[in-house]
Design a protein around this ligand. Structure first.
Ligand SMILES: C[S@@+](CC[C@H](N)C(=O)[O-])C[C@H]1O[C@@H](n2cnc3c(N)ncnc32)[C@H](O)[C@@H]1O
Length: 200
């Protein structure tokens, strides 16, 4: 895990966040209810945006990221707890959370199938999974460009893959998408997903 990446991430993301992402994040997070689990919370950019939820448990495996989340944690209006763990093996009981949130994180998680299974497991039946992710684009030229850029991008951006097919992965895992919005020509999407599973 890179130590310089967290600093660079905030510097490079700030203009984009201010111009567009904060509003996308706020609209998506307005759908969160009850007890929330956030996957890969990074520098905690979502923390001040939560409203009217009971609490947020945020998991983040990179301590260099979560150290930088302290400021955002103090700005939050709901209780936030950060747990240092990866999404592929969550130390939580089945059916614990009403909402599971993942923003700009499915591009980086090494084992996305395992992470999605864990998110389903800890989310209550008919609970909500909210995602804001960059995905592989439909346009054949741009999607080839994403494939081509990914090896170098991955090295510079701490494992981030530009060409992840996150939306397909969600569908293949039997999770119904109940609402979807596209941004920047389909490079970014928000997904509201129902955790369609039987009580376990
Ligand atoms: C691009 S940052 C996004 C941070 C934040 N979610 C946001 O919206 O800005 C990706 C984050 O995913 C985290 N990450 C990497 N591997 C992970 C894993 N296996 N499980 C959970 N988070 C992971 C990284 O440490 C990093 O903080």
């Amino acid at each position: 895990m890179s130590t310089i990446f967290p600093t660079l991430y905030d510097i490079f993301m700030k203009p984009l966040e201010k111009r567009k992402f904060i509003s996308i994040r706020s609209q998506l997070l307005a759908k969160a209810t009850g007890q929330v689990l956030e996957i890969g919370s990074g520098t905690g950019i979502n923390f001040p945006l939560y409203r009217g939820v009971q609490s947020v448990t945020a998991i983040e495996p990179n301590p260099n990221m979560s150290e930088r989340a302290i400021e955002n944690k103090t700005k939050a209006v709901v209780p936030i707890e950060i747990v240092k763990v990866g999404a592929e093996s969550l130390p939580f009981e089945d059916n614990t959370y009403d909402t599971v949130v993942a923003t700009l994180v499915f591009c980086t998680i090494p084992n996305v199938e395992k992470a999605l299974r864990e998110m389903k497991r800890v989310c209550k039946p008919n609970g909500t999974i909210l995602m804001f992710e960059h995905v592989k684009m439909r346009d054949p030229f741009l999607s080839k460009l994403q494939d081509w850029l990914t090896p170098a991008w991955k090295r510079v951006c701490d494992g981030c893959c530009l060409n992840r097919e996150t939306e397909n992965l969600v569908k293949q895992n039997g999770l119904p998408i109940v609402a979807k919005k596209e941004f920047y020509n389909g490079l970014f999407v928000t997904l509201q997903i129902r955790n369609d599973k039987k009580e376990c």
